[in-house]
Design a binder for this molecule. Structure first.
Ligand code: S3P
Length: 169
């Protein structure tokens, strides 16, 4: 693998599941930007948001991303807000392909409802609130994406097949 595959999309769209399945199936390195930030700072994502604010977290994301040029290419599960900064998108495009995984607000809610590690969704775990935030981000996800894949009702293997067939094109 010569280039990175950046999995992007809203919280709960399956980036981690697909990323880990790609690592296992393709024997490629796997990276998770949230986990890397947590291990580098020694803080959880909710702690960073609470103590330092979202803007600081976004700075950490950009800083982390700029170090990817020195890593072995593989698949990256990106924090759901990583593509919101145009400079991040430019960096990601210079390093590889951006895959936007889509999911309906209903299936997103289903996947995030029991977790308490996403500060932006605390107190907002309803289909209405998720729809609102998702719609405000949709144009950004779409314009950043090289490849768009719907995840609803599909198995990880099917989704990976789709990604690989579009990567070859
Ligand atoms: C965020 C998504 C989260 C995490 C942070 C902010 C976002 O990652 O980076 O809570 O702004 O969409 P996941 O998409 O992996 O949940």
């Amino acid at each position: 693998m010569k280039k990175f595959i950046f999995l992007t999309g809203f919280m709960g769209c399956g980036k981690t599941t697909i990323g880990k399945a790609m690592k296992k199936r393709l024997h490629i390195p796997y990276y998770d930007t949230d986990e890397m930030i947590e291990s580098e700072t020694g803080l959880t994502i909710p702690e960073i948001f609470k103590d330092k604010g979202e803007a600081h977290f976004r700075d950490l994301e950009t800083e982390l991303l700029s170090g990817f040029k020195d890593l072995r290419p593989g698949v990256v599960s990106c924090g759901g807000g990583l593509v919101l900064r145009p400079e991040n998108v430019t960096l990601m495009k210079s390093l590889g392909t951006i895959v936007f995984l889509t999911a309906t607000p209903e299936s997103i809610l289903d996947r995030v409802i029991r977790a308490d590690n996403r500060p932006l969704l605390e107190g907002r775990k309803t289909v209405e609130d998720i729809t609102k935030l998702l719609s405000s981000r949709l144009p950004t996800y779409e314009s950043a994406a090289d490849i768009v894949i719907a995840t609803d009702d599909h198995s990880p293997d099917f989704i990976i097949d789709e990604i690989l067939s579009q990567l070859d094109n």
